[in-house]
Design a protein around this ligand. Structure first.
Ligand SMILES: NC(=O)c1ccc[n+]([C@@H]2O[C@H](COP(=O)([O-])OP(=O)(O)OC[C@H]3O[C@@H](n4cnc5c(N)ncnc54)[C@H](O)[C@@H]3O)[C@@H](O)[C@H]2O)c1
Length: 248
């Protein structure tokens, strides 16, 4: 499959879950990849898997909340491949807590990885993406659209990612850059395991999807692959739920 042949795609959070599945999907479709994450061993495993499909894949350890590391990762991508065609911001954390006990440190950490990290990657990549009418896909969440208990910082950060996505889409659309986000819910990864907090009310947490089941990260990878493809070139500033209809 050559869907993304010769296209250079930068992905954060590529070590596990949705980011890993997305990297592998794009590798099978011919993309050249630059993958970043903080989980070094898992990142190397994703790199090996992508290369096994013939993809030219490079990686760097990068904490998206660290400005100089983000700047370095984007310049390394351009130094190596001379271009960036698409950026996919998947890296994220979810720190569970009863809201009245949520520490400020955890609140700020969540915003700094999920929201500020997404902003910094976009900011550094946009000048390069503009040269190729590129695209950005940010991973938001259904928690940007409907309340979730015990995750107030996470929900606020993901609503911020949605707002950031639309603002960038409006600002850069006329220059040929598309910016969209996906809002997953109920995807089987480490992050969707039950929270380790005292006495959670599970009834508040389980917003049943009509499909009645969780989905694999590959389903989100397929949607992201479409959004960064040429077929999706008229989609801009959109947010797409992929949650089995939980918020329908
Ligand atoms: N699983 C779900 O149901 C679900 C639902 C909605 C949104 N999401 C979002 O999908 C994205 C991927 O999550 P996942 O479900 O695959 O979970 P995951 O925990 O498997 O993946 C998160 C990845 O981000 C990386 N990461 C964490 N902090 C980082 C940092 N500071 N810098 C760089 N990388 C960092 C982790 O090492 C990991 O590889 C997240 O943004 C998450 O909020 C997931």
């Amino acid at each position: 499959m050559g869907h993304h042949k010769n296209r250079v795609i930068f992905i954060t959070g590529a070590s596990t879950g949705i980011g890993r599945a997305t990297a592998i999907r794009l590798a099978t479709e011919g993309a050249t990849l630059f993958l970043v994450d903080i989980a070094k061993d898992e990142l190397e495993s994703t790199v090996q898997k992508c290369r096994s499909f013939g993809s030219e894949t490079t990686s760097a350890e990068c904490d998206v909340a660290n400005e100089s590391q983000v700047t370095r990762a984007i310049s390394s991508t351009v130094a190596q491949y001379d271009r960036i065609d698409a950026v996919i911001n998947v890296a994220g954390i979810q720190l569970w807590s009863h809201s009245h006990e949520h520490s400020l440190a955890d609140f700020e950490k969540t915003l700094s990885v999920n929201l500020t990290g997404t902003f910094m990657v976009c900011r550094e990549a946009i000048p390069h993406l503009l040269k190729n009418s590129g695209s950005i896909v940010n991973v938001s969440s259904t928690t940007a659209l409907a309340g979730i208990p015990y995750s107030v910082a996470y929900a606020a950060s993901k609503a911020g990612v949605l707002a950031l996505t639309k603002s960038l889409a409006v600002e850069y659309g006329e220059k040929g850059l598309q910016v969209n986000c996906v809002n997953p819910g109920g995807i089987k990864t480490e992050m969707s395991k039950m929270p380790s907090i005292e006495n959670p009310d599970l009834n508040l947490l389980l917003r049943q999807s009509p499909l009645g089941k969780f989905s694999e990260p590959e389903s989100v990878a397929g949607l992201i692959s479409y959004l960064v493809s040429e077929e999706a070139q008229h989609i801009n500033g959109e947010s797409i739920r992929i949650d089995g209809g939980a918020l329908a």
